[in-house]
Design a protein around this ligand. Structure first.
Ligand code: G3I
Length: 303
């Protein structure tokens, strides 16, 4: 096949992109989006500071634009994200008691998932809950500080009740290198969830890489998590300077793991990227395919 999405589909996978609602009216942008990608992740529109800016008052307008666009173009949607310490409105981070916060978190998950029931294929239920560095423990956050380690399990159980058909994922960055303490911390959590029947279906590896691309152990990391019984996905891929080899290595790591079900790049053109200065994506600012595009397509098994 001659596009990323169609080629990925030949092995039962998807190829997605992070999308900003405000860019859907840009013809160059939407032409590439509709041609190349069969999965969409809203880049910011499903985050708490947009969807529930004040308590109990939900705004799904910007995210609906993306979901409607995706639905009408045969693209699936990955929901990003329900519980995250960042882009969290101050009314949540300033809650002072556990019972209120638990109610607020459960209501946020339930209301947002109910709105998108049947329209969102997989949710990043909890994002970036583990600390950087050597601890292998959760990072401090209002959720961790008030509800303790159990907040992640609580979020996943609430999510399963809200939409039993949606895939429920844990998503994080810097968990690609197998020997890192952060990777091992997430691995232990997933193993524990699987052994106790806590509902979790998938783990997302953000894959924000430097010029060298993925660590040598990336495929081992993917296959080790998959062996626990979850699907794995590459969820926010971008690579500084977008070297062809680095993109090819990343795509190959996923292709070599049968439970690696899809790859999402974190933006379309370099100019759309949160790391625009590093030109880390597959299309240049004018929408032309870069060398990395061809490397990714080839690694997917295409021409
Ligand atoms: O929309 C406002 C605009 O009204 C305002 O004038 C402007 C001034 O700062 O800000 C705009 O909001 C920005 C928003 O992106 C939309 O462009 C925020 O400041 C900015 O912080 C926000 O950045 C996003 C970032 O998450 C926030 O943490 C990036 O676009 C987004 O790519 C990035 O994505 C994250 C994933 O969600 C999680 N993993 C890491 C990844 C990269 O940081």
């Amino acid at each position: 096949a001659s596009t990323l999405g169609a080629q990925a589909a030949q092995s039962g996978r998807y190829f997605g992109a992070a999308v900003a609602a405000g860019k859907l009216g840009d013809g160059t942008y939407s032409t590439i989006l509709n041609r190349e990608f069969n999965m969409v992740t809203p880049e910011n529109e499903m985050k708490w500071d947009t969807t529930e800016r004040s308590r109990g008052s939900f705004n799904f307008g910007p995210a609906d634009q993306i979901v409607n666009h995706a639905t009408s173009h045969g693209q699936r949607v990955r929901g990003h994200t329900l519980v995250w310490h960042s882009q969290l409105p101050s009314w949540v981070s300033s809650i002072g008691d556990a019972n209120t916060l638990r109610d607020v978190m459960n209501n946020h998950i339930t209301t947002q998932m109910a709105h998108y029931k049947g329209k969102v294929y997989a949710w990043d239920v909890v994002n970036e809950a583990f600390a950087d560095g050597g601890s292998g423990q959760h990072r401090p956050s209002v959720f961790q500080n008030l509800l303790g380690d159990g907040f992640i399990e609580q979020a996943f159980r609430t999510a399963r009740s809200a939409d039993p058909a949606a895939k429920l994922c844990y998503n994080d960055y810097n968990i690609e290198n197998w020997s890192d303490a952060k990777t091992q911390g997430v691995y232990r959590m997933v193993r524990d969830f699987m052994s106790r029947g806590v509902p979790i279906d998938c783990v997302g590896f953000q894959a924000h890489f430097g010029t060298g691309g993925p660590p040598a152990s990336f495929q081992t990391t993917l296959s080790s998590f998959a062996a626990l019984g979850v699907d794995v996905q590459i969820t926010e891929l971008d690579i500084a300077q977008a070297p062809s080899t680095a993109y090819a290595n990343t795509v190959r790591a996923c292709m070599n793991v049968s439970r690696c079900t899809g790859i999402t790049v974190w933006g379309i053109r370099d100019t759309d990227s949160w790391r625009a200065g590093e030109k880390p994506l597959l299309f240049d600012g004018s929408g032309n395919k870069k060398a990395a595009y061809n490397a990714a397509l080839t690694a997917l098994g295409g021409t």
